[in-house]
Design a protein. Structure first.
Length: 262
């Protein structure tokens, strides 16, 4: 308990730095951009249209309102993939700064995930457009979506800490993770119904794929208009905090050695 109190105290001390880092990342992303923040809406919308055209011939007959079904899975996976990849390089990219002065390194990793979450929240504008364009019903359960956003944010922070720590000592983690996320995408029911898979593979995905829990919850709230079942709800929270604990433990254990490798 004292360890967590200390971490919270350090985070609060450097909260202004955290805000500046997030603000910097967002400004750099949209600097000299003609569309600016509008791109956070248009980019996922364009990708969704392309994927709908590609996959609709294979899956749309079994899935009502396929564009909304696809988008509710794709936007969560994109947030996970983008935020963890940026978090993975957060320590290496700020090596010159760490060599000059002491700063809590995890703040830089956390800021990457947080700035990606801002983009993720902005992309909800594209989701509204898809729902309206396809004539889907806007369910009352939609207002509960922050519960899923918080869960996947906590999960991505934990995974980001773990990847950032590993990337300091093993630089090829970046390339391995790229292959992992590609396989992870196809093993996640983003553009196909999980019921279309063999029973053994269904059990594997439901048991070992963390994103299944977040996408299943999000689709229950937005697509089906119902409350998530206790298994995916509590499973999502447990996985999120478990990943956060593992990531923080690994990061804090090795952070004093980072300066020797960066």
């Amino acid at each position: 308990m004292n360890t967590w109190k200390c971490r919270i105290a350090v985070f609060w001390k450097y909260k202004d730095l955290m805000i500046q880092l997030v603000s910097r990342d967002i400004k750099l992303k949209y600097r000299r951009s003609f569309l600016g923040y509008l791109w956070s809406v248009l980019n996922p919308l364009f990708v969704m249209i392309i994927m709908t055209i590609v996959f609709s011939t294979m899956f749309s007959r079994n899935i009502a309102n396929f564009p909304v079904y696809l988008f509710t899975g794709k936007m969560l996976f994109d947030f996970m993939s983008t935020s963890t990849r940026q978090a993975m390089t957060s320590v290496i990219n700020n090596a010159p700064l760490f060599k000059k002065t002491y700063l809590p390194k995890y703040i830089f990793t956390l800021s990457k995930v947080t700035s990606c979450m801002v983009d993720f929240v902005l992309s909800f504008g594209a989701l509204f457009i898809v729902i309206l364009a396809t004539g889907a019903k806007l369910r009352w359960t939609f207002i509960l979506f922050p519960t899923v956003v918080i869960q996947i944010y906590i999960f991505c922070c934990g995974l980001g800490f773990l990847l950032a720590e590993l990337n300091v000592f093993f630089r090829d983690v970046q390339y391995i993770y790229q292959a992992v996320t590609t396989a992870w995408m196809y093993l996640t029911p983003i553009f196909y119904p999980i019921d279309s898979l063999p029973n053994d593979l269904q059990l594997l995905i439901k048991g070992l794929n963390p994103l299944y829990y977040y996408i299943a919850q999000f689709r229950d709230l937005v697509y089906y208009g119902r409350l998530p079942g206790p298994r995916v709800l509590w499973g999502g929270w447990i996985i999120a905090f478990l990943m956060l604990g593992i990531g923080l433990w690994a990061f804090k254990k090795k952070q004093d050695e980072f300066i020797l490798y960066i």
